[in-house]
Ligand binder design. Structure first.
Ligand SMILES: *Cc1c(COP(=O)(O)O)cnc(C)c1O
Length: 411
């Protein structure tokens, strides 16, 4: 998006505000589908937790996407956005059997990653097909060595427990319709991902009634100029071929599924905040904005990098700033950044603000959560109102202690 357009949106809707470029989401969706155009049945299930606004879901629905959900509320949200149950997969971790049953009742695809739950679910609902989340124990090391990692991960059922899965399937007569993995790590080395895929294929051979194999996500997106990103096109070429060969061996055209979150929405997002004050200290110049980690927690939580630019003064000379928030705690967005000269009142834009930004926002410091705007078809659509003070009090219950005080005083 153009800076002038972002600035217009900040002027119209106020700050702080999240802006999403719907065209970028669309392009990323098309880029991924075209990388896998040689696979007959491809399904992208957008990971809702990355950015869960209902209008973003509706946009993805219109593109033909399915969704990946991790809570019953995300399932409900997906249904409210117009997804059919069969376009939704429920991939929870650590939830109760009850919640999984609730999702199954709604008709969505079920993905189970725990032997105990698998056995209980299979015993009670042998006719409901279930996908199994495998932990292949593969991760990329610092220099792309393949190492047996994630042994301590709470996700998935270990590949070493396949015999136990098979025993449960045999005992309960349940139907396994999919095999899934999501290692969660940034896929930098495609070979490592392909290696994990081989483990998934080996596992898939053990089940006769599969409909799909789900390779999860973990595509890395660029955060700054020169950043390495997953080479989707190369992955598409290599994995498609391998997948098609596998289907031939398996004797059935399976669906290849992915669940991208970041890849689809990260780069579409801009977070706009206004500079409240410029503060010179003995060692640095701080730019203090009208936001904080309550609205964008990734830098403080994960040490993530978000490019920051001053869209109010694009031609100003560059100076160094540390950009901080207004939270009463260390609250740094970016350290020692080169930014066009900042004046109080300027609007700063934070990039890569589509994934895990608004969806992780809170009311910490009793602040209001920002508005969200979706830019699509040359139009700025308000897709979430800025909160008001009423929202802060909404669920709170004020107990009146004044009478009690009088009784104490009377004693
Ligand atoms: C979070 C999550 C994703 C999305 O991961 P990204 O890195 O955002 O692409 C996919 N699948 C599952 C099961 C997840 O929990």
């Amino acid at each position: 998006m153009q800076e002038s357009q972002l600035l217009k949106i900040a002027n119209e809707f106020g700050s702080p505000v999240y802006v999403y470029d719907g065209h970028k989401i669309e392009n990323q969706y098309k880029r991924l589908t075209s990388a896998f155009k040689n696979v007959k049945k491809l399904k992208l299930n957008y990971a809702v937790k990355a950015l869960s606004n209902i209008s973003v879901l509706k946009l993805l629905h219109s593109l033909g996407s399915g969704i990946d959900t991790v809570s019953i509320q995300e399932v409900q949200l997906g249904l409210a956005a117009g997804f059919k149950p069969e376009q939704i997969i429920f991939t929870p971790n650590g939830v109760s059997l009850n919640e999984i049953e609730e999702a199954a009742k709604l008709g969505v695809k079920i993905n189970i990653d725990n032997l105990s739950i698998l056995e209980q679910f299979g015993a009670k609902h042998p006719n409901t097909p279930v996908c199994i989340r495998i932990n292949p124990h593969v991760m990329a090391g610092g220099n792309a060595n393949i190492s047996v990692g994630h042994i301590d991960s709470k996700f998935g059922i270990s590949i070493h427990q396949i015999p136990h899965i098979l025993r449960i399937v045999e005992n309960t007569k349940m139907n396994i319709n999919g095999i899934h993995m999501h290692t969660g790590s940034d896929i930098l080395d495609i070979e490592v991902f392909l290696y994990a895929s081989e483990i998934l294929f080996e596992t898939a051979k053990q089940f006769d009634n599969l409909e799909f194999i789900d390779f999860g996500s973990g595509f890395k997106v660029p955060y700054k100029p020169g950043d390495i990103e997953t080479n989707i096109e190369e992955l598409g070429k290599k994995l498609s071929k391998r997948f098609n060969d596998f289907c031939k061996d398996y004797g059935k055209e399976l669906t290849l599924a992915f669940e991208p979150g970041k890849f689809l929405v990260s780069e579409s997002g801009y977070f706009l905040a206004q500079v409240n004050a410029v503060k010179q200290t003995t060692s640095t110049v701080f730019a203090q904005v009208d936001s904080g980690f309550n609205h964008l927690i990734r830098p403080m939580f994960y040490g993530s990098h978000h490019e920051i630019s001053n869209i109010s003064n694009l031609k100003g000379r560059e100076r160094f700033y540390t950009v901080v928030g207004y939270i009463c705690e260390t609250d740094t967005f970016g350290n020692n950044r080169r930014i066009n000269e900042i004046n109080e009142g300027d609007i700063l834009a934070f990039k890569n603000a589509g994934a895990y930004c608004f969806s992780m926002a809170s009311n910490y410091n009793s602040r209001l959560r920002p508005a969200e705007v979706l830019w699509y078809n040359e139009k700025a659509h308000l897709i979430r109102k800025r909160e008001t003070f009423d929202d802060i009090l909404h669920n709170q219950i004020a107990v009146d202690f004044s009478e009690q005080k009088e009784t104490v005083a009377a004693k």
